[in-house]
Ligand binder design. Structure first.
Ligand code: ATP
Ligand code: NCN
Length: 263
């Protein structure tokens, strides 16, 4: 558990190896690691589900997902709805206890400030490139591991956003790096991904690298809908893992002014 009110200790690795499978399905398969960057304030069952849907769909395209990471963003990302870093990390850790292949990465939160997503992914790539992979036969996998951003369609839709100061939300070179490596996008109500891609020259250029995943069971749980239910004094059972609900109650996170404001 991360101590509340204390800085986050720097972890030994960006990508803890506990749940990583180093035996790739076949020599020809493309090994991949999925990294979900986001707020996770709080983590929901749908954050966990998107990993499962993505892994199943990618397997049908000869992409063998050997591990996954949830990387909560730093407090200095500045979104009003962010619970503290220890709280978001603890809730994420509790939620991931039930996963055999997805780990928490606390690295982003241990930095002194917010880190751009492309930089986070590069750290994962650098570390994971050092991990020796094998197959059931003697032969080594033909492809090096790919680190891909896992996100909901709404995140891809922010790639072309220009901020009030006229600067792009995402640096053009970062978008290009992320798109070149591959991005796995889960369709989400309210975002038409085909349209998002079609209207952007850059996204269209890299459309082969954008894996669009249709959730097998559609579910639009979001952290904001969970915060809204909490603010209304309603139940969030079956939307969020039980241990996370217990944590929220134990530490009265539902009383956080920024969560309470969300009626
Ligand atoms: N129901 C969902 N379907 C598909 N993707 C989702 C869903 N909920 C969250 N995600 C994705 O998970 C990633 C991390 O989620 P994050 O906590 O940043 O967003 P969120 O749950 O939409 O939060 P908020 O409601 O506070 O904006 C994002 O890429 C987001 O698009
Ligand atoms: O790298 C960037 O330029 C960049 C710009 C905007 C958002 N992000 C990341 O995208 C995630 C967005 O989370 P959220 O809750 O705002 O949807 C979060 O992890 C941010 O660090 C990253």
């Amino acid at each position: 558990m991360f101590a509340r009110g204390a800085p986050i200790p720097t972890p030994a690795r960006v990508a803890p190896l506990e749940c990583l499978r180093t035996t790739v399905a076949s020599v020809k398969a493309q090994p991949a690691v999925l990294v979900a960057c986001g707020s996770f304030s709080p983590i929901t069952n749908m954050h966990l589900r998107i990993f499962e849907d993505a892994r199943d769909d990618l397997a049908q395209q000869s992409v063998d997902v050997i591990g996954g990471y949830v990387s909560p963003t730093h407090a200095k990302y500045g979104k009003a709805s962010l619970a503290s870093m220890p709280d978001r990390l603890n809730m994420t850790q509790l939620a991931l206890q039930s996963s055999s292949w997805v780990n928490l990465s606390s690295w982003e939160c241990a930095q002194s400030g917010w880190t751009r997503t492309a930089v986070v992914l590069q750290h994962f790539a650098d570390e994971l490139a050092q991990v020796p992979l094998n197959t059931d036969s003697d032969a080594k996998p033909e492809h090096p591991v790919k680190v891909m951003l896992l996100c909901g369609g709404d995140l891809l839709d922010t790639f072309d956003v220009i901020k009030d100061d006229g600067e792009p939300l995402w640096l053009p070179q970062d978008r290009e790096t992320i798109l070149r490596n591959g991005i796995v996008c889960i369709e989400r109500k309210g975002t038409d991904l085909q349209q998002v891609i079609a209207k952007s020259k850059e996204l269209s250029k890299y459309k082969e690298n954008i894996y669009i995943i249709k959730p097998q069971i559609e579910n639009d749980i979001s952290s904001s809908s969970v915060r809204r239910l909490l603010a209304q004094g309603r139940s969030i059972k079956y939307l969020v893992p039980d241990d996370v609900i217990a944590y929220i109650k134990q530490h009265s996170l539902h009383e956080l002014p920024t969560w309470k404001a969300q009626q």
